[in-house]
Design a protein around this ligand. Structure first.
Ligand SMILES: O=C(CO)COP(=O)(O)O
Ligand SMILES: O=C[C@H](O)COP(=O)(O)O
Ligand SMILES: [Zn+2]
Ligand SMILES: [Zn+2]
Length: 313
């Protein structure tokens, strides 16, 4: 099976009220951990590379790792550019064989965001590649403390409809209270489900994307801190909220922080408990297992995507 786009996955996810996991990849162990989980769950999966990942691992290596993953797993896998910041970067990834790209113009004024996305969509669609865009700004840790701040940064439902119509984009990342990183909420976790429902109703059958959706499981935060880490107060999106979001139009849920946390706490544990160990395989293998465990939990218990790969073959 070759690399696939997200089109069929999203259609299935939309109809089945589940979500496809989109996991950030940076090296071999991360790719292998995610794929081992997806294989166990027989689930489609999106592997995504950020600009930082492409720089760190070199796009060619990442592409080859993903090709190996497809060959070995025979699963429906999409390779996606995460947070592309220019037409040129998106074009490069499309030319390199990615099956999906994100053009993130969320920081731009509306009209400029529309024009940029439209340009990427025109180039991508001619080549069979799908495009994700973003409207609204993801909250920073300090942001969105009051309603007026939310209105200024969260996705405006009516604008979302105009944006999708004018750009022809295939999926849309929305801002409803999530944020990137390990410190998402100061007080109680809160997402604007009323806004999500409005957007879903105004854009029927259209796939929405949730960024900044890591749950920051406390067992990993504690493990990290127990073995020499220092990340007090790390907090993520409760799993019930992600499960709920998947019942609306959210078809793609992005996870990076949780993978970092799982890998790092497992590596910290080995290095702390066995200070004489210096064979990288001895700590990277547990790191890879930790990735598999957390990804499998998400696919199965949170996103509800287990078994979906059979329906895509
Ligand atoms: O949105 C993300 C990648 O685009 C990742 O979000 P997290 O930082 O919550 O894992
Ligand atoms: O959205 C951001 C992702 O977590 C990627 O992070 P990165 O740019 O450090 O690779
Ligand atoms: Zn993101
Ligand atoms: Zn859990």
């Amino acid at each position: 099976m070759p690399l696939v786009t997200t089109k069929e996955m999203f259609k299935l996810a939309y109809e089945g009220n589940f979500a496809v996991g989109a996991f950030n990849v940076n090296n071999m162990e991360i790719v292998q951990g995610i794929i081992a989980a997806a294989k166990e769950e027989n689930a489609p999966v999106i592997l995504q590379a950020s600009a930082g990942a492409r720089k760190y691992a070199n796009s060619i290596y990442l592409k080859k790792l993903v090709e190996a993953a497809i060959e070995e797993s025979e699963l429906p896998i999409a390779l996606h550019l995460d947070h592309g910041d220019s037409f040129e970067v998106c074009k490069q990834c499309i030319d390199d064989g990615f099956s999906s790209v994100m053009i993130d113009g969320s920081h731009l004024p509306f009209e400029e965001n529309v024009a940029l996305v439209k340009k990427v969509v025109d180039y991508a669609h001619e080549r069979g590649v799908v495009v994700e865009a973003e409207l609204g700004k993801l909250a920073g840790v300090e942001d969105a403390v009051n309603v007026s701040a939310e209105d200024a940064t969260y996705t405006d439902p009516a604008q979302a409809v105009e944006f999708v119509e004018r750009t022809g984009v295939d999926s849309l990342a929305i801002a409803i209270g999530t944020s990137h990183g390990a410190y998402k909420f100061k007080g109680d976790a809160k997402l604007d489900f009323a806004r999500l429902e409005k957007i879903t109703n105004l854009l029927p059958n259209f796939p929405l994307v949730l960024h900044g959706a890591s749950s920051v499981p406390q067992e990993y935060v504690e493990m990290c801190n127990e073995f020499g880490g220092n990340i007090p107060g790390a907090k993520g999106v409760p799993e019930e909220m992600l499960r709920e979001a998947a019942k609306y139009g959210v078809c793609k849920i992005n996870v990076d922080t949780d993978l970092r946390l799982a890998l790092t706490s497992a590596v910290r544990k080995v290095l702390t408990e066995k200070p004489a160990e210096f064979d990288p395989r001895k700590y990277l293998a547990p790191g890879r297992e930790a990735i598999q465990k957390i990804v499998q939990h998400k696919i199965k218990d949170v996103f509800g995507a287990s078994g979906a790969a059979s329906k895509l073959k």
